[in-house]
Write a new protein. Structure first.
Length: 190
């Protein structure tokens, strides 16, 4: 199991602040333990500020600015939650474009908690079945998704979960989907 993601690079895309720390660190650990190489991408260089709910937590160094990255260089994408994080990302054109490119390239994408807001902005949820933090269900339905209240949902390479309590199932499924590789039904227009 330690080499399921050997040779695979996984992009973790976050805003400069507002990231729910455990939703970054637990999937990061899962990717590393599976032999993959996680890389932290943000809209700015330097460091990003994570939070434990509403309290500041740790900072993490950015490996690459999103505008300098190419989805083609990665085997999968992880979008951590936190309320402010995806709210900021969905207003950044380079971040939205980068996320959409993973769907166009049929690569696995994992989004937890509030992170599907960025998926809505990238217009990649229409016709898809997914979950999220409950307050996003109307936004997701209005964007054409089927929202369900489940621990983890996998829809053709798209992995979603509701909150930090779902992290064990979320991490297991994101590793599984990235290990499987491209998903021919993973597309921006499902």
């Amino acid at each position: 199991m330690a080499d399921r993601l050997a040779g695979k690079r996984v992009a973790f895309v976050v805003a400069p602040e507002g990231i729910e720390q455990v939703e970054l660190t637990e999937p990061w650990r899962a990717v590393k333990e599976a032999g993959g190489t996680p890389e932290l991408l943000s809209t700015q260089s330097g460091t990003v500020q994570a939070f434990d709910h509403l309290d500041k937590a740790d900072t993490f160094p950015v490996d690459k600015v999103i505008g300098d990255a190419s989805a083609g260089d990665y085997d999968g994408l992880v979008l951590p939650g936190g309320v402010a994080n995806p709210d900021f990302l969905r207003t950044d054109k380079s971040a939205v474009s980068f996320v959409g490119e993973f769907f166009r390239q049929q690569k696995p994408v994992a989004a937890i908690c509030h992170a599907p807001w960025t998926l809505v902005e990238a217009d990649v949820v229409r016709g898809r079945r997914l979950t999220s933090w409950p307050s996003l269900q109307t936004d997701l339905r209005n964007a054409g998704a089927e929202w369900v209240d489940e621990e983890v949902v996998v829809d053709n390479g798209l992995v979603t979960s509701r909150n930090p309590h779902d992290l064990p199932a979320f991490c297991a499924k994101l590793v599984e989907e990235i290990a499987e590789g491209k998903h021919t039904k993973q597309s921006a227009s499902a």
